[in-house]
Design a protein around this ligand. Structure first.
Ligand code: COA
Length: 167
C-alpha cells in the first residue's frame, strides 16, 4: 500500500470510490433510498472540489489503483474516510487514520473528531474514539443516523511513523 497526498487528477477516482464504498459497504445499515441520497448517481464535481480544497486529503493506492482516501481539517476534524469495497478489512482506513492522527498530533492538536456512519462507528471505536452524541440529519430529504465521536491524541508519534507525504 502506498499513501500519498491527493492530486487534482484524483478527483474523479475519489468520487467513484466514494460512490462504490457507500453502495457497496453501507448497505447493511442504510437502505437504497438513503444510499442514493448519500451518493447520488450524478455527483456534483464542483461541490466535491470545493469540499476537498478546504481540507487536506491523503490517498491510499495499490499498484496505481485508488483503494481508499481520508480528508481532514487542521482543527482535528476528520471529514471523509472511505475504502473501496474490494479492499475492505485490509487495514487501509487504519493506515490512513494513523497518518492523520500523527499529523494532527505533530501540529499540537489534542483531539480528533468526526461524524461516523453506522458502518464506521465500530472502526472508530476500535481506534479509541468515543461516541459523544447520536445525530439524525437530513441529506437530500432523507433522514440519516450518525454519531459524533472523538479521540484524545497522544502527544508523541509512534517511532515507526513516517512523515506525512509531501504535496
Ligand atoms: C468504515 C471503513 C472506512 C473502514 O475501512 P477499512 O479499510 O475496511 O477498515 P480497516 O480494515 O482498517 O479496519 C480496522 C478495524 O476496524 C473495525 N472495522 C472496520 N470495518 C468494520 C465493519 N464494517 N464492521 C465492524 N468492524 C469494522 C475492525 O475491528 C477492523 O479490524 P479487523 O478487520 O481486523 O476486524 C469502510 O468500511 C468504509 O469505507 N465504509 C463505508 C463508508 C463509510 O461509512 N465511511 C465512513 C464515513 S464516516
Amino acid at each position: 500500500m502506498n499513501i500519498r497526498r491527493f492530486r487534482a487528477g484524483d478527483l474523479p477516482h475519489v468520487i467513484a470510490l466514494f460512490s462504490a464504498s457507500v453502495h457497496g459497504l453501507a448497505g447493511v445499515h442504510y437502505d437504497a433510498r438513503q444510499r442514493t441520497a448519500w451518493a447520488p448517481a450524478e455527483p456534483d464535481q464542483k461541490l466535491w472540489q470545493a469540499r476537498l480544497e478546504g481540507q487536506q486529503t491523503l490517498i491510499a493506492e495499490d499498484e496505481g489503483v485508488l483503494t481508499g482516501f481520508i480528508s481532514w481539517a487542521p482543527n482535528g476534524h476528520i471529514d471523509l474516510l472511505f475504502t473501496a469495497p474490494q479492499h475492505a478489512r485490509k487495514g487501509i482506513a487504519s493506515a490512513l487514520c494513523t497518518q492523520v492522527e500523527a499529523a494532527l498530533s505533530a501540529t499540537g492538536i489534542t483531539t480528533a473528531f468526526t461524524e461516523a456512519s453506522l458502518v464506521a462507528r465500530p472502526f472508530f471505536e476500535r481506534r479509541g474514539f468515543v461516541m459523544t452524541e447520536a445525530q439524525d440529519l437530513d441529506r437530500n430529504g432523507v433522514r440519516f443516523r450518525r454519531y459524533a465521536m472523538q479521540k484524545t491524541l497522544t502527544a508523541r508519534l509512534p517511532p515507526e511513523m513516517p512523515p506525512l507525504p509531501e504535496a
